[in-house]
Design a protein. Structure first.
Length: 298
Protein backbone atom coordinates (compact mmCIF):
# COMPACT_ATOMS: atom_id res chain seq x y z
CA UNK A 1 0.00 0.00 0.00
CA UNK A 2 1.23 3.52 -0.73
CA UNK A 3 0.87 6.58 1.47
CA UNK A 4 1.23 9.81 -0.50
CA UNK A 5 2.53 13.03 0.98
CA UNK A 6 2.38 16.36 -0.87
CA UNK A 7 4.28 19.41 0.36
CA UNK A 8 3.08 22.82 -0.83
CA UNK A 9 5.39 25.72 -1.47
CA UNK A 10 4.18 29.29 -1.85
CA UNK A 11 1.58 29.72 -4.61
CA UNK A 12 2.21 33.48 -4.90
CA UNK A 13 4.38 33.02 -7.97
CA UNK A 14 2.73 29.88 -9.35
CA UNK A 15 2.57 30.22 -13.17
CA UNK A 16 -0.51 27.95 -13.25
CA UNK A 17 -2.37 30.80 -11.53
CA UNK A 18 -0.38 33.94 -12.32
CA UNK A 19 1.07 33.18 -15.77
CA UNK A 20 -1.48 35.33 -17.58
CA UNK A 21 -1.43 37.41 -20.77
CA UNK A 22 -2.49 40.61 -19.04
CA UNK A 23 -6.23 40.38 -19.71
CA UNK A 24 -8.46 42.22 -17.23
CA UNK A 25 -11.96 41.23 -16.12
CA UNK A 26 -13.19 44.52 -17.56
CA UNK A 27 -12.03 43.38 -21.01
CA UNK A 28 -14.87 40.82 -21.16
CA UNK A 29 -17.52 43.57 -21.07
CA UNK A 30 -19.12 42.11 -17.96
CA UNK A 31 -21.93 43.94 -16.20
CA UNK A 32 -20.95 46.43 -13.52
CA UNK A 33 -22.82 44.47 -10.85
CA UNK A 34 -20.97 41.25 -11.67
CA UNK A 35 -17.61 43.07 -11.73
CA UNK A 36 -18.35 44.42 -8.27
CA UNK A 37 -18.94 40.88 -7.00
CA UNK A 38 -15.72 39.65 -8.63
CA UNK A 39 -13.56 42.39 -7.14
CA UNK A 40 -15.20 42.20 -3.72
CA UNK A 41 -14.34 38.51 -3.67
CA UNK A 42 -10.71 39.55 -4.07
CA UNK A 43 -10.23 38.36 -7.64
CA UNK A 44 -8.10 41.10 -9.18
CA UNK A 45 -7.14 39.52 -12.51
CA UNK A 46 -8.27 36.42 -14.44
CA UNK A 47 -6.19 33.28 -14.07
CA UNK A 48 -4.99 31.56 -17.28
CA UNK A 49 -8.03 29.24 -17.47
CA UNK A 50 -10.32 32.20 -16.90
CA UNK A 51 -8.55 34.21 -19.60
CA UNK A 52 -8.91 31.35 -22.06
CA UNK A 53 -12.48 30.43 -21.18
CA UNK A 54 -14.65 33.42 -20.24
CA UNK A 55 -14.75 35.12 -23.64
CA UNK A 56 -15.45 31.87 -25.50
CA UNK A 57 -18.21 30.94 -23.05
CA UNK A 58 -19.84 34.36 -23.46
CA UNK A 59 -19.91 33.80 -27.23
CA UNK A 60 -22.22 30.82 -26.67
CA UNK A 61 -19.82 28.18 -27.97
CA UNK A 62 -19.55 24.72 -26.44
CA UNK A 63 -16.32 24.23 -24.48
CA UNK A 64 -14.09 21.37 -23.37
CA UNK A 65 -11.57 22.82 -20.92
CA UNK A 66 -8.75 21.02 -19.19
CA UNK A 67 -6.85 22.74 -16.39
CA UNK A 68 -5.34 21.80 -13.06
CA UNK A 69 -7.32 21.85 -9.84
CA UNK A 70 -6.81 25.06 -7.91
CA UNK A 71 -6.29 27.29 -10.96
CA UNK A 72 -9.69 28.98 -11.06
CA UNK A 73 -11.90 26.61 -13.07
CA UNK A 74 -14.99 27.47 -11.00
CA UNK A 75 -14.58 31.14 -11.83
CA UNK A 76 -13.90 30.29 -15.47
CA UNK A 77 -17.44 28.97 -15.94
CA UNK A 78 -19.40 30.69 -13.15
CA UNK A 79 -18.55 34.22 -14.32
CA UNK A 80 -19.90 33.77 -17.88
CA UNK A 81 -22.87 31.72 -16.62
CA UNK A 82 -23.87 34.50 -14.21
CA UNK A 83 -23.39 37.12 -16.93
CA UNK A 84 -25.65 35.22 -19.34
CA UNK A 85 -28.57 34.87 -16.92
CA UNK A 86 -31.34 37.44 -17.40
CA UNK A 87 -32.50 38.54 -13.90
CA UNK A 88 -35.91 39.50 -15.31
CA UNK A 89 -36.62 35.90 -16.43
CA UNK A 90 -37.83 33.84 -13.47
CA UNK A 91 -37.10 30.38 -14.91
CA UNK A 92 -34.06 28.12 -14.61
CA UNK A 93 -31.63 29.48 -17.23
CA UNK A 94 -28.44 27.62 -16.31
CA UNK A 95 -27.59 24.27 -14.76
CA UNK A 96 -24.27 23.35 -13.15
CA UNK A 97 -23.81 19.65 -12.40
CA UNK A 98 -21.05 18.36 -10.13
CA UNK A 99 -20.31 14.86 -8.79
CA UNK A 100 -20.48 15.50 -5.03
CA UNK A 101 -22.56 17.36 -2.46
CA UNK A 102 -19.48 19.11 -1.09
CA UNK A 103 -18.54 20.54 -4.48
CA UNK A 104 -22.15 21.60 -5.12
CA UNK A 105 -22.20 23.58 -1.87
CA UNK A 106 -18.79 25.11 -2.58
CA UNK A 107 -19.76 26.10 -6.12
CA UNK A 108 -23.09 27.57 -5.05
CA UNK A 109 -21.38 29.68 -2.39
CA UNK A 110 -18.97 31.11 -4.98
CA UNK A 111 -21.85 31.89 -7.35
CA UNK A 112 -23.85 33.54 -4.56
CA UNK A 113 -20.89 35.74 -3.62
CA UNK A 114 -20.14 36.73 -7.22
CA UNK A 115 -23.76 37.56 -8.00
CA UNK A 116 -24.73 39.33 -4.79
CA UNK A 117 -25.24 42.66 -6.59
CA UNK A 118 -27.25 40.99 -9.38
CA UNK A 119 -29.58 39.35 -6.86
CA UNK A 120 -30.06 36.12 -8.78
CA UNK A 121 -31.96 33.21 -7.26
CA UNK A 122 -29.52 30.32 -6.94
CA UNK A 123 -30.50 26.86 -5.73
CA UNK A 124 -28.28 23.96 -4.70
CA UNK A 125 -29.75 20.45 -4.67
CA UNK A 126 -28.10 17.15 -3.84
CA UNK A 127 -29.06 13.64 -2.90
CA UNK A 128 -29.59 12.87 0.76
CA UNK A 129 -31.56 16.06 1.47
CA UNK A 130 -35.29 16.53 1.91
CA UNK A 131 -37.02 16.58 -1.49
CA UNK A 132 -39.84 18.70 -0.07
CA UNK A 133 -37.45 21.61 0.46
CA UNK A 134 -36.48 21.48 -3.22
CA UNK A 135 -40.13 21.37 -4.28
CA UNK A 136 -40.91 24.48 -2.23
CA UNK A 137 -37.96 26.39 -3.68
CA UNK A 138 -38.75 25.41 -7.24
CA UNK A 139 -42.31 26.60 -6.78
CA UNK A 140 -40.74 30.05 -6.50
CA UNK A 141 -38.03 31.69 -8.59
CA UNK A 142 -34.86 29.72 -9.41
CA UNK A 143 -32.59 31.02 -12.16
CA UNK A 144 -29.44 28.95 -11.56
CA UNK A 145 -29.54 25.37 -10.29
CA UNK A 146 -26.44 23.62 -9.01
CA UNK A 147 -26.60 19.96 -8.07
CA UNK A 148 -25.59 16.35 -8.39
CA UNK A 149 -26.83 14.27 -11.36
CA UNK A 150 -29.22 11.93 -9.59
CA UNK A 151 -31.13 14.59 -7.69
CA UNK A 152 -31.27 16.96 -10.68
CA UNK A 153 -32.67 14.21 -12.91
CA UNK A 154 -35.19 13.20 -10.24
CA UNK A 155 -36.52 16.77 -10.00
CA UNK A 156 -36.75 17.04 -13.80
CA UNK A 157 -38.51 13.70 -14.30
CA UNK A 158 -41.00 14.48 -11.55
CA UNK A 159 -41.87 17.70 -13.38
CA UNK A 160 -40.68 19.79 -10.42
CA UNK A 161 -37.67 21.38 -12.13
CA UNK A 162 -38.61 22.84 -15.50
CA UNK A 163 -35.57 23.41 -17.71
CA UNK A 164 -37.18 24.22 -21.06
CA UNK A 165 -35.55 27.67 -20.89
CA UNK A 166 -32.21 26.41 -19.56
CA UNK A 167 -29.71 27.55 -22.16
CA UNK A 168 -26.45 26.57 -20.42
CA UNK A 169 -25.23 23.27 -18.95
CA UNK A 170 -21.89 23.06 -17.14
CA UNK A 171 -20.26 19.80 -16.06
CA UNK A 172 -17.57 20.40 -13.44
CA UNK A 173 -15.13 17.58 -12.69
CA UNK A 174 -16.38 16.09 -15.93
CA UNK A 175 -13.99 13.15 -15.67
CA UNK A 176 -16.06 11.81 -12.76
CA UNK A 177 -19.42 12.76 -14.29
CA UNK A 178 -18.62 10.94 -17.54
CA UNK A 179 -17.90 7.70 -15.72
CA UNK A 180 -20.32 4.78 -15.59
CA UNK A 181 -21.96 5.96 -12.37
CA UNK A 182 -23.44 9.13 -13.89
CA UNK A 183 -23.44 8.74 -17.67
CA UNK A 184 -27.05 7.53 -17.97
CA UNK A 185 -28.36 10.29 -15.70
CA UNK A 186 -26.55 12.97 -17.73
CA UNK A 187 -27.94 11.67 -21.02
CA UNK A 188 -31.45 11.85 -19.59
CA UNK A 189 -30.93 15.37 -18.22
CA UNK A 190 -29.73 16.59 -21.61
CA UNK A 191 -32.84 15.14 -23.30
CA UNK A 192 -34.91 17.73 -21.44
CA UNK A 193 -32.73 20.71 -22.46
CA UNK A 194 -33.59 22.86 -25.48
CA UNK A 195 -31.81 22.02 -28.74
CA UNK A 196 -29.98 25.36 -28.67
CA UNK A 197 -28.32 24.73 -25.32
CA UNK A 198 -24.65 25.45 -24.65
CA UNK A 199 -22.61 22.71 -22.95
CA UNK A 200 -19.31 23.33 -21.16
CA UNK A 201 -17.06 20.65 -19.66
CA UNK A 202 -14.31 21.45 -17.15
CA UNK A 203 -11.89 18.97 -15.63
CA UNK A 204 -8.25 18.25 -14.85
CA UNK A 205 -8.41 14.99 -16.81
CA UNK A 206 -10.81 13.52 -19.35
CA UNK A 207 -11.65 9.84 -19.84
CA UNK A 208 -12.06 8.22 -23.24
CA UNK A 209 -15.83 8.54 -22.82
CA UNK A 210 -15.55 12.30 -23.41
CA UNK A 211 -15.26 11.59 -27.15
CA UNK A 212 -18.55 9.69 -27.17
CA UNK A 213 -20.23 12.41 -25.12
CA UNK A 214 -18.84 15.15 -27.36
CA UNK A 215 -20.04 13.47 -30.56
CA UNK A 216 -23.47 12.80 -29.06
CA UNK A 217 -24.26 16.08 -27.33
CA UNK A 218 -21.86 18.89 -28.33
CA UNK A 219 -21.50 21.12 -31.37
CA UNK A 220 -17.93 21.72 -32.51
CA UNK A 221 -16.68 22.43 -28.97
CA UNK A 222 -13.82 24.86 -28.46
CA UNK A 223 -11.00 22.95 -26.78
CA UNK A 224 -8.83 24.50 -24.07
CA UNK A 225 -5.89 22.50 -22.72
CA UNK A 226 -3.68 24.11 -20.11
CA UNK A 227 -2.30 20.79 -18.92
CA UNK A 228 1.28 19.85 -19.67
CA UNK A 229 1.39 17.78 -16.50
CA UNK A 230 -1.02 16.99 -13.68
CA UNK A 231 1.05 18.33 -10.79
CA UNK A 232 0.74 22.02 -9.97
CA UNK A 233 3.94 23.97 -10.34
CA UNK A 234 5.31 24.78 -6.89
CA UNK A 235 4.24 21.40 -5.50
CA UNK A 236 6.68 18.61 -4.71
CA UNK A 237 5.28 15.12 -4.16
CA UNK A 238 6.78 12.17 -2.27
CA UNK A 239 5.34 8.82 -1.31
CA UNK A 240 6.17 6.28 1.34
CA UNK A 241 5.70 2.68 0.24
CA UNK A 242 4.43 0.93 3.37
CA UNK A 243 2.26 -2.03 4.27
CA UNK A 244 -1.30 -1.43 5.47
CA UNK A 245 -0.45 -2.05 9.13
CA UNK A 246 2.44 0.42 8.98
CA UNK A 247 0.44 3.44 7.80
CA UNK A 248 -0.54 4.85 11.19
CA UNK A 249 3.01 4.38 12.50
CA UNK A 250 4.35 6.17 9.41
CA UNK A 251 2.00 9.13 9.93
CA UNK A 252 2.89 9.25 13.62
CA UNK A 253 6.59 9.32 12.80
CA UNK A 254 6.16 12.10 10.24
CA UNK A 255 4.09 14.34 12.50
CA UNK A 256 5.96 13.78 15.76
CA UNK A 257 9.39 14.40 14.23
CA UNK A 258 8.34 16.92 11.62
CA UNK A 259 10.10 19.86 13.24
CA UNK A 260 13.51 18.17 13.15
CA UNK A 261 13.19 15.47 10.48
CA UNK A 262 15.50 15.62 7.50
CA UNK A 263 14.55 13.55 4.47
CA UNK A 264 17.00 12.26 1.88
CA UNK A 265 15.49 12.44 -1.62
CA UNK A 266 17.73 11.80 -4.61
CA UNK A 267 20.83 12.84 -2.61
CA UNK A 268 19.22 16.10 -1.50
CA UNK A 269 18.18 16.84 2.07
CA UNK A 270 14.74 18.32 2.73
CA UNK A 271 13.76 19.49 6.20
CA UNK A 272 10.13 18.56 6.77
CA UNK A 273 7.84 21.01 8.54
CA UNK A 274 4.14 20.28 9.01
CA UNK A 275 2.22 23.15 10.56
CA UNK A 276 -1.12 22.24 8.99
CA UNK A 277 -2.17 19.15 7.10
CA UNK A 278 -5.03 17.43 5.31
CA UNK A 279 -5.16 13.62 5.27
CA UNK A 280 -7.29 12.10 2.51
CA UNK A 281 -8.85 8.65 2.92
CA UNK A 282 -10.85 6.50 0.51
CA UNK A 283 -13.94 6.00 2.70
CA UNK A 284 -15.83 7.64 5.55
CA UNK A 285 -15.19 4.55 7.68
CA UNK A 286 -11.44 4.94 7.15
CA UNK A 287 -11.66 8.63 8.07
CA UNK A 288 -13.44 7.83 11.34
CA UNK A 289 -11.06 5.02 12.27
CA UNK A 290 -7.97 7.08 11.50
CA UNK A 291 -9.29 10.11 13.40
CA UNK A 292 -9.95 7.91 16.42
CA UNK A 293 -6.52 6.28 16.23
CA UNK A 294 -4.44 9.42 15.87
CA UNK A 295 -6.44 11.05 18.67
CA UNK A 296 -5.62 8.10 20.91
CA UNK A 297 -1.88 8.35 20.21
CA UNK A 298 -1.90 12.11 20.70
Amino acid sequence: METYHTFFRSRLADPDVTGTKGVEFEDFCLSRDLLMGIFEKGWEKPSPIQEASIGVALSGQDIIARAKNGTGKTGAYSIPVLEMIDPSVKDVQALIIVPTRELALQTSQICIELSKHIQLKIMVTTGGTDLRDDIMRLNGVVQLMIGTPGRVLDLIEKGIAKIAKCKVLVLDEADKLLGQDFQGALDNVIKHLPATRQIMLYSATFPYTVTTFMEKHMKKPYEINLMDELTLLGVTQYYAFVQEKQKVHCLNTLFRKASTMKIWIFRDIFKLRINQAIIFCNSTQRVELLAKKITEIG
